[in-house]
Design a binder for this molecule. Structure first.
Ligand code: SF4
Ligand code: SF4
Length: 474
């Protein structure tokens, strides 16, 4: 739907070129080294971008944006179902019951709502069963965070088989919703819009380009930030109207709701041989340990790209430290609801449909970091790259437009940059050229007046050096 022409992969993160000042903040933060600054503007390397939203978070000029669906898009369908991410419930003041937020979604224009926390309760059960089954693979890694799934595809391709082939609560909720409206209500599938209410660009991209399944049951993704002011308005001024709707809703239990924050997924699964990691750079450290075989005594890794979990997504509204606390309180208040959820008719029917929860195709690696398909050429390029790295100053300053010296060396061997893009190498070269010119001047025959010639060259060199000095040194 939103795919940009000629792009191989769907991306929700885009650059507003006119706002970019080439400050290089984003290139240093990107976990897959997917950004370069060229001619004063950032450029995203399409195959490497995982839509984690780190650059959106860090750009001081709001030049990185997330392109997602809007409520306007609901008009394309006769019947619209909202799938609210659990992170939405922490956005509103303490004491707001999740059912009132679900009711407010109906009041702002949706015809139905299937709580993703409800689906998370069921997915938790399926994960528990999957990781208890005998398997050579250890640890399994959660597939719930699409930015982590893409990170593995791009930067840790050897680990794709560790991704547990259980669909995320978002996908399970969509399957439940589709079945309900078509089988139970008899609606034509093409008349039904199913919308994920998203905390992050990663989920927006995953909605448009699913991993692990061919079947795209979700029509689009709308940011939490877009529906937030409308829901708040309803919560503040239409309490009675909402009270009349809540009875028919099916919210998830406290455990399902807890998926909004780091550690909540593991709590919902139960067990002790699990770890939870949040923040994309910490996730990278853990994946490096998995690659080294250090975590084979662990059954399952809950890994979330955002610090604090989905409450820290860039499409949320509230401070994640505040929302984490609210989610914890809501999870405790609603903890007793799990038995009710699992006995619910809709849940029982869903649990009997194994394919609503399973990947139907493998997640493919996307190893964009290898230097060449031919192993011998790749090794030669690697050696060349190491020589260049040795030769660069190792300051990782980013002035060359690459995130660090190693990335510049890689760009050089790929034929995308020049060693002289490094300002320090350029200065070194200018100084060397100056020396050579001086030497030449010394060699000029006295009959040509070499003393004057030398003074002339010294002046020319002085002017040239002043022009090539970085601004900070002028
Ligand atoms: S952070 Fe990146 S996108 Fe934002 S202004 Fe700086 S270079 Fe441009
Ligand atoms: S942690 Fe949650 S909000 Fe952040 S990228 Fe992953 S799925 Fe999205």
């Amino acid at each position: 739907m939103l795919k940009v022409k000629n792009q191989q992969y769907f991306h929700s993160v885009h650059l507003m070129e006119d706002k970019c000042k080439g400050c290089v903040n984003c290139i240093k933060r990107c976990p897959t080294e997917a950004i370069r600054v060229r001619d004063g503007k950032a450029h995203i390397i399409e195959e490497r971008c995982i839509d984690c939203g780190e650059c959106v978070r860090i750009c001081p000029n709001q030049a990185k944006i997330v392109v997602a669906d809007t409520l306007e898009n609901l008009k394309a369908y006769k019947y619209n179902v909202a799938l609210p991410a659990p992170a939405i419930y922490g956005q509103f003041r303490e004491g707001i019951d999740p059912r009132h937020v679900m009711a407010a979604l109906l009041a702002i224009g949706f015809d139905d709502v299937v709580d993703v926390a409800f689906a998370a309760d069921l997915v938790g059960k399926k994960i528990r069963e999957a990781i208890s089954a005998p398997s050579e693979i250890r640890p399994f890694i959660s597939s719930a965070c699409p930015a982590v799934v893409r990170l593995i595809q791009v930067r840790f391709p050897n680990l794709v088989e560790h991704i547990l082939p259980v669909l995320s609560p978002m996908r399970a909720a969509a399957n439940i919703a589709r079945n309900h409206v078509t089988e139970k209500m008899g609606l034509d599938p093409k008349d039904v819009g199913v919308w994920f209410i998203s905390p992050c660009p990663g989920k927006v991209s995953a909605v448009n380009e699913p991993a692990g399944t061919e079947d795209n049951t979700i029509s689009g993704a709308i940011p939490i930030a877009e529906v937030y002011p409308l829901i708040r308005e309803k919560l503040n001024h239409n309490q009675e109207e909402l009270d009349q709707i809540v009875a028919d809703l099916k919210p998830g239990s406290g455990l399902g709701l807890g998926w909004a924050r780091s550690g909540g997924e593991n709590q919902s699964i139960g067990g002790s041989r699990q770890i939870a990691v949040d923040g994309i750079h910490s996730v990278i450290q853990i994946l490096e340990d998995v690659e080294r075989g250090k975590l084979s005594d662990i059954d399952y890794i809950e890994a979330q790209a955002c610090v604090g979990g989905c409450v820290g997504g860039v499409l949320t509204v509230e401070n994640s430290f505040i929302t984490r606390r609210r989610v914890r309180i809501l999870a405790t208040d609603n903890a007793g609801r799990l038995d009710g959820v699992l006995c619910d008719e809709m849940a029982c029917e869903a649990l009997d449909n194994e394919d609503w929860f399973r990947h139907d195709r493998p997640i493919e690696p996307r190893p964009t970091l290898k230097l060449d398909d031919d192993m011998a050429v790749a090794i030669r390029k690697m050696e060349q790259m190491e020589r260049i790295v040795e030769d660069l100053p190792g300051l990782d300053c980013g002035s060359c437009g690459a995130p660090n010296c190693r990335a510049l060396a890689e760009d050089v061997v790929r034929g995308l940059a020049n060693e002289m893009d490094c300002v320090f190498k350029l200065r070194e070269r200018v100084a060397q050229l100056a020396g050579e010119m001086m030497e030449l001047a010394e060699k000029a025959p006295p009959a040509m007046g070499h003393v004057e010639k030398k003074a002339e060259i010294e002046n020319a060199i002085g002017e040239h050096s002043a022009k090539t000095k970085p601004d900070t040194e002028k």
